[in-house]
Design a protein around this ligand. Structure first.
Ligand code: G3P
Ligand code: CA
Length: 269
């Protein structure tokens, strides 16, 4: 693959609100997208899974009890797997009260509702396919929803959409279904393996504690499927010192629960 050019020519890292601005609002909800917008975060990360009746919804854990009141409402439904609940049942859950009283009644959003909220705010989306091995065929369903919601036009793709996963197979599937979509692999492949990923990934997105400047440079030296240099977005960076360190390593993006903290840390003066 061709060189992407010197790291010095890259702009500073973009700030990505992790599960929305999840330090300030319940993760993976419309309120978290709103909080990210209020803090000026240009990108929002979110996790997508599938209900029993095939509706795509946002949820990080593969079970519902940590971030909803499923355990209270459905005490006989342990272990409260997302895939075991219908969309109607999910619509009756409270995904906000656990985080704070003022968020009580916040719904589990469908992917469609979340896309509409981001579009209204002019925000970009880093969408993680969570646990895709549980949801055969979810990649095509995601592409369908993205298309229906107007996120796959040239302008929309340029504005900002990346689909990522810890599963390389899932990422490759998205790339093959719609090569125009930019993709990311969550993890830290060995440097020798990076050219394999560069065939179907535009980003390599490792945990921030695993990063070195040499690793970031090795990723960025490769060209991705769209010809531009591979990018590195790193997670989950929640304090100023870690943000400054990540930026000093040359990363292209910082994924954080606290976009205001990271932005302040990266602002000169
Ligand atoms: O976007 C990176 C990050 O979200 C991956 O980890 O567990 O927060 O989904 P997790
Ligand atoms: Ca995630």
């Amino acid at each position: 693959a061709a060189s992407a050019g010197p790291a010095a020519s890259r702009p500073g890292p973009v700030v990505v609100a992790h599960r929305g601005a999840s330090g300030y609002a319940p993760e993976n909800t419309l309120a978290a997208a709103d909080a990210a917008a209020a803090l000026g975060a240009p990108w929002v990360e979110a996790d997508v899974q599938r209900t029993r009746d095939g509706v795509l919804v946002l949820m990080h854990d593969t079970t519902l009890e940590r971030t909803t009141d499923a355990e209270v409402r459905h005490p006989d439904r342990a272990p409260w797997e997302v895939s075991g609940f219908s969309s109607a049942e999910l619509a009756g859950l409270d995904a906000g009260g656990w985080f704070g009283e003022r968020f009580a009644g916040e719904p589990v959003p469908t992917l469609t509702a979340f896309l509409r909220r981001l579009a209204r705010h002019g925000q970009r989306l880093l969408l993680e396919i969570k646990a895709p091995e549980r949801y055969p065929g979810i990649e095509a369903e995601i592409v369908t929803v993205l298309r229906e919601e107007g996120w796959l036009t040239g302008a929309a793709l340029r504005r900002g959409l990346v689909v990522q996963s810890f599963s390389a197979d899932s990422v490759r599937t998205v790339h093959e279904l719609h090569p125009g979509i930019r993709t990311g692999f969550l993890g830290r492949p060995e440097p020798a393996e990076l050219p394999v990923y560069a065939a179907f990934c535009d980003q390599i997105n490792p945990r921030h504690t695993t990063l070195t400047a040499e690793y970031v440079a090795a990723v960025q030296a490769l060209a991705g499927p769209h010809g531009s240099g591979l990018e590195v977005l790193t997670w989950t960076v929640n304090d100023a010192a870690a943000a400054v360190r990540a930026a000093s390593l040359g990363v292209d993006g910082i994924i954080t629960d606290h976009p205001d903290v990271v932005r302040r840390a990266l602002t000169p003066g």
